[in-house]
Design a protein. Structure first.
Length: 543
């Protein structure tokens, strides 16, 4: 979802929509090789660069100075007889115990070891890298009291391509993503297991030694500061935004292809119709579809055999549904932008030298938009599947063969491809049930309301993968249907898609064959952004 290069050719609402969220929705416009961390937060493209593309990390001088200044405050508090949470007390429901100086290093080691209690499958490498990078971002704000050498070690581990083993279950999305972050902190201590740059899981101590990294010896507050943040759910939100902005543009393209294959009318995409209901995402989707359909010889001119006053909702209302999802994505991007500018820790070191407890670790703001995106993605998948079903039904496809089969009856065509698509849609509806509506008390009722934001993020990742497959099935069906409209000339953009998708190994009409490889190739074509890349040389940059 990128801003159009030729802005004068798009409705004003589209331009406004793009410009308002460009910092988070134009991430592929930047190539980031090195990210320098200061005290004022990071950009979404920095997170993507580190998590997905292995960009190196450097710490700015201002960050090192802020770290040192905040550490002086923590050291001064540690020397006082009064208890300070996280510095000289236990944690959570055990915060009433004052910890003597000789036990404090042990206290910090113990919170990491005891909280590294995750279970289940390993979390993806890119998620763990985002998690660690975002925690380092907060550490560098100078609000956590962590020493500069700890921050430098975190950067060294990321730069070495060492990825801690983090497990699926263990975060309630409050007091931070505790178990996931604890597994990361454990690696900094030279304990537990991690994956090396070659993909092999080894003891963390061996990997650190192999890269010349000295394990950290945690001091007052540092163990707590390394695991008390919403970094995992935020990292997954940013990556979901990165994926979904491509998927929404891809879905506009496949919707246009389906409209064309069904001999529908593009008059419903006229800018003046969308200007009177001024949702910016809707205008953007309509403009995308209209650009793809420009010059089509199929749209609106071949309905003599079955005249239609209006196309079905799944065709006619495509911009309204996809547009509402785009606006939801814009809201999620705004929340992510605020979180990227935040320093989430408890207690926090304030500029005036106070160290204060707070509730900023609660994941509700992120959890809500993660759930909101899962709902929007499910509805986009639902309307996409309805268009596919229409392409395959001879009673509604306006002259296309049943199931787009070569010899219907002998051949089943794409019958079961639609079954697969329907199964994915059904799962997306289940994944749309909000995780953030739930809460479960923990820590002897001290932590009696939690966000479940990590769970919301995990199910959104699954939903994004499913939506990619759903869009790929529509692409597969729509391109075959267009090719079956013999004698009619598709739009130039459609012809570009047909050439690119066939070159990518997605085969066209013909007798039944082993279908899974074709669908897999179509999925990769959508996931990689190749669909958008095939269209834009013809249409110009789509919104």
């Amino acid at each position: 979802m990128r801003c159009p290069q030729r802005k004068d050719s798009f409705p004003a609402a589209v331009v406004t929509f793009c410009d308002s969220v460009s910092s988070l929705l134009n991430m592929d416009m930047h190539t980031v090789d090195t990210v320098t961390l200061g005290t004022s937060g990071v950009r979404a493209e920095d997170v993507i660069a580190v998590a997905r593309h292995g960009a190196r990390i450097e710490l700015a001088g201002e960050a090192l100075a802020a770290l040192a200044a905040a550490r002086e405050i923590v050291d001064a508090l540690a020397a006082r007889p009064e208890p300070v949470y996280g510095v000289s007390t236990g944690f959570g429901a055990l915060a009433t115990r004052h910890i003597s100086p000789e036990l404090r290093a042990r206290l910090q080691r113990n919170i990491v070891r005891s909280h590294a209690a995750g279970m289940g499958p390993r979390v993806e490498r890119e998620v763990v890298r985002a998690l660690m990078f975002l925690r380092l971002k907060t550490v560098c704000s100078g609000r956590t009291g962590v020493r500069p050498e700890v921050a430098l070690t975190m950067a060294d581990v990321l730069n070495a391509g060492i990825t801690p083993v983090v497990h699926e279950y263990g975060s309630l999305g409050c007091s931070g993503d505790l178990a996931p972050l604890s597994h990361c902190a454990l690696t900094l201590m030279g304990e537990g297991e991690a994956e090396g740059p070659d993909g092999t899981v080894r003891p963390a101590a061996e990997l650190l030694a192999a890269h010349g990294i000295k394990p950290v010896e945690l001091r007052e507050k540092e163990g707590l500061a390394l695991l008390n943040g919403t970094d995992g759910m935020l990292g997954m939100l940013i990556m979901a935004i990165d994926d979904l902005r491509r998927l929404y543009t891809s879905a506009d393209i496949t919707a246009a292809l389906s409209l064309e294959a069904l001999l529908g009318t593009d008059r419903v995409l006229a800018p003046e119709l969308h200007a009177i209901r001024p949702h910016p995402g809707q205008a953007a989707s309509a403009a995308n579809m209209l650009a793809v359909l420009k010059g089509s010889g199929l749209t609106g001119h071949h309905q003599d055999d079955a005249p239609r006053v209006q196309d079905a909702y799944s065709v006619r209302c495509a911009p309204q549904v996809a547009g509402a999802g785009r606006d939801t994505l814009a809201h999620a991007a705004l929340v992510a932008e605020r979180e990227l500018a935040s320093a989430v820790d408890n207690p926090v070191v304030l500029p005036d030298g106070r160290v204060e407890s707070n509730g900023n670790f609660h994941g509700a703001p992120v959890a809500y938009v993660l759930d909101f995106l899962a709902i929007a993605a499910a509805d986009l998948g639902s309307i996409t599947e309805r268009r596919t079903d229409r392409l395959l039904d001879k009673n509604r496809s306006h002259g296309l063969p049943p199931f787009l089969a070569d010899d219907a009856g002998v051949d089943s065509g794409l019958m079961i491809a639609q079954y697969t698509q329907a199964a994915l849609v059904s799962e997306m509806k289940r994944l749309a049930v909000p995780a953030s509506a739930d809460s479960i008390p923990s820590s002897a009722m001290q932590e009696d309301h939690v966000s479940m934001g990590w769970s919301a993020a995990r199910k959104l990742r699954t939903a994004v993968g499913n939506l990619t497959r759903i869009v790929a099935v529509e692409l597969y069906a729509a391109t075959r249907a267009v090719e079956l409209r013999a004698g009619l000339t598709p739009a130039p953009a459609t012809r570009a898609v047909l050439a690119a998708v066939r070159a990518a190994g997605v085969r066209g009409p013909g007798p039944d064959r082993f279908l899974a490889p074709d669908l897999s190739a179509a999925e990769e074509f959508v996931r990689s952004g190749a669909l958008v890349a095939a269209v834009e040389p013809v249409t110009g940059t789509l919104a």
